[in-house]
Design a binder for this molecule. Structure first.
Ligand code: GLN
Length: 446
């Protein structure tokens, strides 16, 4: 009731929810109460959360921020949703997001932009901007998100919350609407690393319904949260501290580095020489995969269908023209182009080769250091509308987050000292399946 009342009072100004499921949430809270009384409660029993509207939720609208799915009621729960429900979390609703998770500001949503709770004239980041804003404004205790190129970490940074993108395959993608399948990963936005650890614990683990989910044991993240970090070797990639990094963000990150040194960590400069290629590589690979994944929205099986189609061709064309927004169309066109005969070798194949080089950079770095540290974003949250006419400027927002997805690695963004009153995110990147270590290192600073 506390959260539902806050949503009613505060969300009209923020627009962080697409759907609020008050009745179901209260029913689930009653069930949680019964479990508590029966002495059968786990750590998340009765903790109200929200799900990004990219996760299928049984009987509840799942729009993916698109007109295309404005009428789509999912017939089943995504694995992540199912697991959090089983852990006893009431679902408050579904959070706003960039259309099909394509964007960095939440401005591509069919349901209108989300506003940053710190300054409502600014964006919350994207694509999990609704989840980040809802957590920051106290409209849920934690929220799920997805991160294909930065969509958990960048909005977490802009809204001053903790956002964890796990290793590719750590959480099941089953029931999570696909954008770029080789990059997409479910994760969590929460008020602290300790909270994120609890939620990840419930979400993570093998799922036979997702062939890319990792069949690896899930460690107990809670037991290592407090582990000491003296002797920890932190690497600072020089490519993440150069030109383009806002001075206020740099100062906050540097102050955090000093705190880590005071806690006994050692810091050294490293290089990820191919990191500057990650944005161009991503904008070939991600659109290629999206053009294929989004082919299923044809106006026939589900989603938007145009009025009175003249024939099948007209049905496809008009349903897609009406159902998708401009950014999604741009990506489908780029993706179709880079996969087409004659261009495949020059673009798609080349991008895949560079993706390997980017991964190799990280492999070499983790021979030298335990964790990589840098800013999450080059700047703090920007004004609504500031980058909507310039897709490339928008894409550059993810310059520090995208390489991690290309390499499949886990990353976490945690809030550090604000710059000019706006939150700043510090990013920690770990080797595969090092979520526990990342949460531990994040927790030590909180
Ligand atoms: N901002 C990036 C994009 O627009 C990443 C989005 C994401 O991680 N889903 O594709």
């Amino acid at each position: 009731q506390h959260y539902l009342a806050r949503i009613e009072r505060l969300d009209p100004a923020l627009n962080s929810y697409i759907s609020v499921t008050a009745e179901q949430a209260l029913a689930a809270a009653d069930q949680a109460d019964a479990r508590l009384r029966a002495g059968d409660a786990g750590p998340l029993t009765g903790i109200p959360i929200a799900h990004k509207d990219i996760f299928c939720t049984d009987g509840i609208k799942t729009s993916c921020g698109s007109r295309m799915l404005d009428n789509f009621i999912a017939p089943y729960d995504a694995t992540v949703v199912e697991r959090l429900r089983a852990a006893g979390c009431p679902t408050l609703g579904k959070t706003n997001m960039d259309e099909f998770a394509m964007g960095s500001s939440n401005e591509t949503s069919f349901y209108g932009p989300v506003r940053n709770p710190w300054d409502t004239e600014r964006v919350p980041g994207g694509s999990s901007g609704g989840s980040a804003a809802a957590v920051a404004a106290g409209l849920c205790a934690a929220a799920t998100g997805t991160d294909t190129g930065g969509s958990i970490r960048q909005p977490a940074a802009f809204c001053g919350v903790t956002g964890l993108k796990p290793t590719y395959g750590r959480c099941s993608r089953w029931g999570m609407i696909a954008f770029a399948s080789s990059l997409d990963q479910a994760g969590v936005l929460a008020r602290s690393a300790a909270d994120a650890a609890l939620v990840l614990q419930a979400m993570a683990g093998f799922d036979e319904r997702d062939s890319t989910s990792a069949d690896a044991p899930v460690p107990d993240y809670g037991t290592t949260l407090e582990s000491p970090i003296d002797g920890l070797k932190i690497g600072l990639p020089k490519e993440y501290f150069g030109e383009g990094l806002d001075a206020g963000v740099a100062a906050s990150v540097e102050a955090a580095i000093n705190e880590y040194e005071a806690l006994g960590a050692t810091v050294s400069e490293i290089s990820l020489p191919n990191a500057p290629l990650s944005v161009p590589v991503y904008y070939v690979v991600a659109p290629a995969e999206c053009s294929s994944n989004l082919a299923r929205f044809d106006g026939v099986r589900y989603g938007h269908r145009c009025e009175a189609p003249a024939d099948l061709e007209d049905l496809y064309k008009r349903s897609r023209a009406e159902g998708f927004g401009a950014e999604v169309k741009r990506r489908i066109m780029i993706g179709t182009y880079v996969l087409s005969a004659g261009y495949y070798d020059a673009y798609y194949l080349k991008a895949q080769q560079l993706r390997h080089l980017i991964s190799d950079d990280f492999r070499r770095a983790f021979e030298q250091v335990d964790v990589i540290l840098g800013p999450t974003t080059p700047s703090t949250a920007f004004a609504l509308g500031a980058k909507t006419d310039d897709p490339v400027a928008m894409y550059l927002n993810d310059i520090y987050t995208i390489a991690t997805n290309l390499a499949g690695l886990p990353g976490v963004s945690i809030p550090v000292a604000p710059a000019e009153g706006m939150p700043v995110g510090l990013q920690l990147i770990g080797d595969v399946f090092q979520e526990g270590r990342l949460l531990n290192i994040a927790h030590r600073l909180q």
